[in-house]
Design a protein around this ligand. Sequence first.
Ligand SMILES: CC(C)(COP(=O)(O)OP(=O)(O)OC[C@H]1O[C@@H](n2cnc3c(N)ncnc32)[C@H](O)[C@@H]1OP(=O)(O)O)[C@@H](O)C(=O)NCCC(=O)NCCS
Length: 169
Amino acid sequence: MQIRKEREEDYPQIYEMIKNAFKTAEHSDGNEQDLVEKLRKSSAYINDLTLVCVENEEIVGFIMFTKNRIGETEGLSLAPLAVAPKYQHRRLGTLLVKQGLKVAKELSYEYVVVLGDNKYYNRFGFIPAKELDIKSPFDVPSKNFMVLNLSGNKKKLHALVEYPKEFFE
Ligand SMILES: CC(C)(COP(=O)(O)OP(=O)(O)OC[C@H]1O[C@@H](n2cnc3c(N)ncnc32)[C@H](O)[C@@H]1OP(=O)(O)O)[C@@H](O)C(=O)NCCC(=O)NCCS
């Protein structure tokens, strides 16, 4: 099993894998694979932070972090994260998140926001974004909108996250 940056030749496999993974997801609009394709073409895209998990030459996991703005700061949004159904519950999702956060820190990003299952993301240190007074432009339950400060800073930001327009299309 290998985690590496996505490459152009992976795009079709990534598309199908994300589509399949979200079919069984509790919260999904069914368009996550299309969002990835749009974000790739946007200025929010970071190839170093778009990772795949490969097993026997098959793409079995994917994670993407794209640029956002949180007040004065350039931050990251983690979305989406997907593991192929057959490969779930084998810690591949955990490995992808940990590797992504490591690279994000190396690239000097400080804030990462995510909309997702609070129990899943708690384990990586994500806390409800409202604790740092960071708001989402989406109407979502506050416990599911989370933030991680990679430097451990607990300073309140008093800001609304600005996502790239692709998230609203
Ligand atoms: C969420 C997802 C990426 C997790 O990947 P994974 O490789 O199975 O996760 P891990 O093996 O690292 O962690 C598994 C643990 O996380 C928890 N977990 C897994 N999926 C979960 C989910 N959808 N919600 C809440 N907790 C979950 C469980 O506690 C699980 O523990 P267990 O294996 O002992 O039951 C994967 O289930 C997936 O692709 N789901 C569909 C797409 C999706 O919902 N993505 C999340 C977008 S925020």
